[in-house]
Design a protein around this ligand. Structure first.
Ligand code: FAD
Length: 497
């Protein structure tokens, strides 16, 4: 598919920009195109309906509220009111077009199985009425149909995908452009919903205190994070990104998910820093490849529409998952008796984010030691992560569960004690999130159940009371997982390029 530019537009009729996962003004292709032809109206639709979207999780709702609030402020500075509507865009967009006498509608493309038919239907309807429609690449550097294997198919393995994708990433990123001159449309007033009435923020109880402390949703917050990261953490990222106690990653994931910063800006900032300082080459390349995983995940959900719900490797479709609500609950609450797992789950609950290394550890523990379906973990992450993303979340879970494209082999089972000792050797991370273990010496911090009674007593730990005993014995959990794998009806095959 090529970028779809609108046809000729009747002069003086306003254009409508439909904001979706692109809540920014800078480097916004749909906004830039609309600005070229005159006055602008802007809408955000809270899409509701079974075939329309996946209902937002609690943490995503919290973020969306604040991000829309910021976007309303930024647009208002240019005399543009952001119209808020909830419901089915297939009705709302044509109604707005008629009411405001819109000449062209512009939006940036999304790649979900449910959103593509909706976009196509709206495009057809509008074009049938003589209204121009422009759609643009914006949330990714490579659209899912752009990077192909030698035989013309899509890649199923990351490394060759990323090797082939980088030239397109560079070329597209170079075209980033600043926010355009904007002129608001002075036409008939249109009733907009009031953001507060959408009740996106939690009230009873208000569990968002930790989120407020950690995050600044919106375009300004996103750019601040990028600058901080490039200046303070890019050097050393390759190693530092594995240490959960260190703020050594970019923390850009929720900003990227909501499109508060363009992926081109992030890519360019890393590239520019690498050019300016040769010492950043290796770390910079690791960072770019993480952005590459984001591209890879997006193309997976595009080419395999049921990827977010179904194990990609067919062999896993008969996997004997256990479906045990009480086990799942202990994991969700950070009460498994394995400190690194519990620390991660509590960090997630408090801040809406979890370090990538720990996401891998907790996910492995759930699907392997506890034999719970990866979809149960994915759903919990969906509800609690501020960066919950259909593509990255499903790809992350399927990678860990061993059932995804280019996944870790299922038989590679993380040992939660040795992972903790390797990546949190001084215990700063566990002590922050599992304070009841704070006084344990490092030797036992990641395996309190092996500590002698006297050490536990001196550290104020009562196993089974102040901190749980392990929910499953590591060796037993490991063996159960391997037995479950061996029971699959079909062999698990390797990946194909
Ligand atoms: C089980 C599991 C679930 C995950 N769920 C999500 C999710 O819902 N949303 C999400 O954005 N990421 C998800 N990830 C990927 C990764 O953990 C986060 O993107 C990362 O921790 C975000 O922190 P950061 O912005 O500081 O990352 P950085 O290390 O600074 O990376 C920069 C950016 O690259 C992208 N990125 C990094 N790692 C990955 C990856 N493995 N896959 C895809 N993109 C990546 C993100 O957009 C990230 O913001 C998941 C990983 C696992 C193992």
């Amino acid at each position: 598919m090529q970028p779809a530019h609108p046809g000729p537009q009747t002069p003086n009729r306003p254009s409508l920009v439909w904001f979706r996962e692109d809540l920014r003004l800078d480097d916004h292709p749909a906004l830039a195109a609309a600005a070229q032809s005159g006055p602008i109206c802007a809408v955000y639709i809270l899409e509701e309906g079974e075939d329309l979207s996946r209902p937002l999780g609690g943490a995503l709702k919290w973020w969306l509220h604040h991000s829309l609030d910021r976007l309303q402020e930024s647009l208002a500075e240019h005399g543009i009111g952001l119209i808020l509507k909830r419901g089915d865009p297939r009705h709302i967009i044509p109604e707005l077009v008629q009411h405001l006498d819109i000449g062209a509608v512009h939006w940036n493309r999304r790649y979900y199985a449910w959103s593509r038919p909706v976009d196509a239907a709206i495009k057809e309807e509008l074009r049938g009425r003589g209204v121009s429609v422009g759609t643009y690449k914006a949330s990714v550097l490579t659209e899912p149909w752009e990077v192909k294997t030698g035989s013309g198919g899509n890649f199923k393995v990351f490394t060759p995908f990323f090797r082939a994708a980088q030239a397109t990433c560079d070329a597209w990123a170079e075209q980033a452009s600043p926010a355009p001159q904007l002129v608001g449309h002075r036409g008939p007033a249109l009733a907009s919903d009031v953001l507060a009435d959408w009740a996106l923020l939690p009230t009873k109880p208000d569990w968002a205190g930790g989120l407020r402390q950690m995050w600044q949703p919106g375009e300004a917050g996103a750019h601040k994070r990028l600058t901080q990261f490039i200046e303070k953490a890019l050097l050393g990222y390759g190693e530092g990104r594995n240490i959960p106690a260190k703020p050594a990653t970019s923390f850009l994931s929720p900003h990227l998910h909501f499109g508060e910063i363009s992926i081109r800006r992030v890519w360019n900032a890393a590239r520019a820093a690498m050019r300016a300082n040769p010492a950043l080459q290796t770390d910079g390349q690791v960072f770019l490849s993480e952005l590459g995983w984001r591209e890879f995940s997006t193309q997976l959900i595009y080419h395999y529409e049921d990827f977010p719900e179904e194990s990609w490797k067919e062999a896993f479709r008969s996997f004997p998952w256990k479906h045990d609500p009480s086990t799942l609950r202990a994991w969700q609450r950070g009460q498994t008796g394995y400190p690194i797992v519990d620390a991660g789950m509590r960090q997630l609950w408090k801040t809406g984010w979890m370090h990538n290394r720990v996401r891998m550890i907790v996910a492995s523990f759930l699907v392997k030691h506890l034999l719970q379906d990866w979809r149960a973990g994915e759903a919990w992450f969906w509800d609690t992560l501020v960066d919950a993303d259909v593509a990255n979340n499903a790809a992350g879970w399927q990678w860990v569960a061993g059932c995804g494209a280019d996944a870790a082999p299922y038989f590679r089972i993380f040992n939660p004690m040795s992972q903790g000792e390797k990546f949190d050797p001084d215990g700063h991370y566990v002590r922050t999130w599992v304070p009841e273990l704070a006084k344990l010496p490092n030797k036992y911090l990641h395996r309190p159940f092996e500590a002698p009674t006297e050490v536990l007593r001196l550290s104020g730990v009562q196993l089974g009371r102040s901190y749980p005993l392990p929910i499953v014995n590591h060796e037993k959990g490991r063996k159960q997982a391997l037995d479950a794998l061996a029971s699959l009806k079909q062999p698990v095959t390797g990946d194909l390029i």
